[in-house]
Design a protein around this ligand. Structure first.
Ligand code: SOE
Length: 374
């Protein structure tokens, strides 16, 4: 008997559109899921380009009207990977139509929008694509923390470093357009490391920081030029509810760094270190070992018992960036089939967004800002 299928409608078709399409196409082969994903409709503003995307990635139909996925009774999952300023309207319409919503990060343009979205989603299955939670080494870090291996956390220290806007001739693409993106590296990159901190280190209560715009004017892809209004780089420090302190840096001006996402966590019994550019590895230091053999242990997270690894290849055949989306898509389909909640959800998206709002305010005002309670 063929498995029942679940129809997906996707709004957006560029970088994340590919990442999500690839995930939905792969997971039934690698995971034993009760439902088969059906890539039904993909939406984009440019009808020709989205039609080409549909053809290439195996979507049944394409359209330039996002309401078609909302109005289609066959579609159960609405996946939103269009620019940030579209998330709010599309997600609310989809939730109102009873759809399961999977939304790219950051969830919204600001905390106020995210609060409404989280309220509308509560009690329903939904998720935010904080895909790095599904890097096996990061899920494994969470496992080690839950096992008490590093004990009470004192420090969370994260860097997210890129360099793709360093060249002043790079035009003002949507990620640099305040009206479309809402913010610069704060929504784009801090969102990932703040979510990882929420996942691994606990609740951030207050932040102080500074940000910079290094290139003040850029050409527009459609012609002309505009003043740049989003931050190119941002550094902040954080206080946690349980007394830990944190340090976060996000930039698109770290010459030579392409997707340098690293963090270190220092606890009372040990420490953990992760680097996305060597993503099969988790570094672990255990200070309860006898001193003469203490040292940083480089764990290759590719054994069968490590999170998600049993589903992919044999140990030593490492997996990569795309698999983090596969892992999340598979968890989503499994959650839908079992009718159980999925994490991270819109409440996690809101939690992150409230920290991001506080970071933007802190950088603007040069003051400590208390994170608004969820
Ligand atoms: C930014 O360059 C970006 O594409 C982010 O938007 C993604 O979320 C990140 O995973 C890779 O970098």
């Amino acid at each position: 008997m063929p498995k029942p299928s679940i129809a997906i409608g996707m709004v957006g078709y560029k970088f994340m559109g590919k990442a999500h399409s690839n995930a939905y196409r792969q997971i039934n082969q690698f995971f034993d899921l009760p439902l088969r994903t059906r890539l039904k409709t993909i939406v984009g503003r440019d009808a020709n380009k989205v039609a080409a995307m549909a053809e290439r990635w195996g979507w049944e139909t394409s359209t330039d009207d996002w309401r078609r996925v909302i109005d289609d009774p066959e579609i159960r999952i609405v996946d939103i990977c269009s620019p940030n300023n579209t998330h709010y309207e599309v997600a609310l319409a989809a939730l109102d139509a009873g759809k399961i919503v999977a939304c790219e990060k950051p969830l919204a343009m600001n905390g106020a929008q995210a609060r409404e979205m989280a309220a509308a989603a509560r009690g329903k299955i939904n998720t935010v694509w904080f895909n790095y939670r599904r890097v096996p080494a990061i899920a494994f870090a969470r496992q080690l923390i839950d096992e008490g291996r590093i004990g009470r956390i004192f420090h969370f220290r994260a860097l997210y470093l890129q360099d793709w806007t360093l060249d002043p001739s790079v035009p003002l693409l949507w990620r640099m357009d305040k009206d479309v993106a809402g913010s610069g590296v704060t929504g784009d990159l801090h969102s990932h490391i703040v979510d990882l901190s929420n996942y691994l280190a606990g609740e951030i209560t207050a932040v102080a920081g500074t940000s910079r715009i290094f290139v003040n004017e850029r050409s527009r892809p459609e012609g002309g030029a505009s003043k740049v209004e989003i931050e190119d780089a941002s550094i902040f420090v954080a206080k946690y509810a349980d007394g830990a302190i944190g340090h976060f840096e996000a930039t698109r001006f770290a010459n030579g760094r392409k997707n340098g996402n690293t963090f270190e966590i220092n606890g009372e019994h040990g420490s953990l270190y992760f680097d996305l550019e060597d993503m099969s590895r988790l570094w672990y230091f255990d200070s309860r070992e006898p001193k003469h053999i203490q040292g940083w242990r480089k764990i290759s997270v590719w054994e069968e018992m490590h999170p998600y690894m049993k589903q992919w290849w044999v140990p030593g055949c490492a997996i990569g960036y795309e698999h983090t989306f596969g892992n999340q898509a598979a968890d989503l389909i499994a959650a839908v089939a079992a009718d159980r909640p999925m994490k991270p959800d819109f409440d996690d998206g809101l939690r992150c967004q409230l920290v991001l709002d506080a970071v933007l305010e802190a950088c603007e005002s040069d003051r400590w800002v208390t994170v608004v309670k969820q």
